[in-house]
Ligand binder design. Sequence first.
Ligand code: FE2
Length: 390
Amino acid sequence: MIVTAAVTTAPEKRPDTHELSANASSTALASPFEPVVETPSDQLDLWPSYIIPKEAIDAEIERLVSGPRSAEGWRRSLIRHPRSDGAGRGLAPGIRVTLEVLLPGESTPLVRHNSTQVVFCIQGGGRVIIDARSRRFGQYDVWVTPSMATYRHTNDSDTVQARLVYSNAALLEKLNVHYVDTYPAEKPVSDNEAGTLEAVSTPFEQLFQVAEDDMELWLMSYERLVNPPVQESVSLMWPWRLVKPELDKLHALGPSYKGRRLYLLYNPSTGRTNGTTYNFFATMTIRPAGIADRPHRHTAAAINYFFRGSGHSVVGGKVYQWKAGDLMLSAPGWEVHNHVSHDDDVYELTVQDSPLHLAMDSLLWQEDMKRDPILIGSHHGWNTNRDVVS
Ligand SMILES: [Fe+2]
């Protein structure tokens, strides 16, 4: 059964440590110190896998389009894992997923925030306007909403539009720094044009090395610290009509192929962290009928939306059946899992918070459960047999 809650931009007020300390001091001497407790990796309290079936998603779409819009002008629901509570609710601890719909002729309010989004159209189509640039989208297209970009969605079609929106708002709310501007200017605010390093006149170097013995250490000025080289975060869109033909070619890899038949919707701005946004990668996968992954695990959490075929997954030793139209927390971070396609080819979108972990140097990946985990990005990864089978 789907579990939903109205999407709010301000998480509920929770007592902070100062309030707790003040309360405690009325009965006992408060201390900021306590024992350090580290949970062994084999005793982590992982969230179980969780499926929101197509029927529940369809019913929620119907409920959203049948009632009035929210006071702010939205038709949307947050999809919450039963274990998610308090600030930063989501389908995984760091991934918020919302279901958003529009009736024909409707538009969302204009908004911007410092969270980034992967948006996936699961039904209908329309237009998205990001920083005043308008683009048309249809079913199974994927696009990115960059941080602090102003955007709105419009349904200029004659059918209901439904989108799944994957956001790092859950993480930012846990950090208590999710900035949401509900009345932004229509046009993007221009950069601070005076703030270029070249414009700063100073006898001091901005970035240089000092050396002692065999150590060479970098030092950076305050001016460079607060004004690093700008790398524009652009809004990219991957139309399904362009991705599907490339994906279908991976059929030729055959049943002996040991890798994953997928393409990452790669955003070059994310560089070596291999992301679609700075936080998530989104991959489109084809699973030919009767293909089974081998059991593996990674610290990144993965959420799958299946839109063709059916199959099952084994996650933490438990079997989960799924079919086209189901949304699934398919890989809670560090839980052992594998997926199996049944009688038809499967298409799926996977959103996974790997780029965040890669940037944090915490992306442990155990592809072979008989071997030690690899720290992706800092250790060498592994090869597949693609050169043999292709
Ligand atoms: Fe996985």
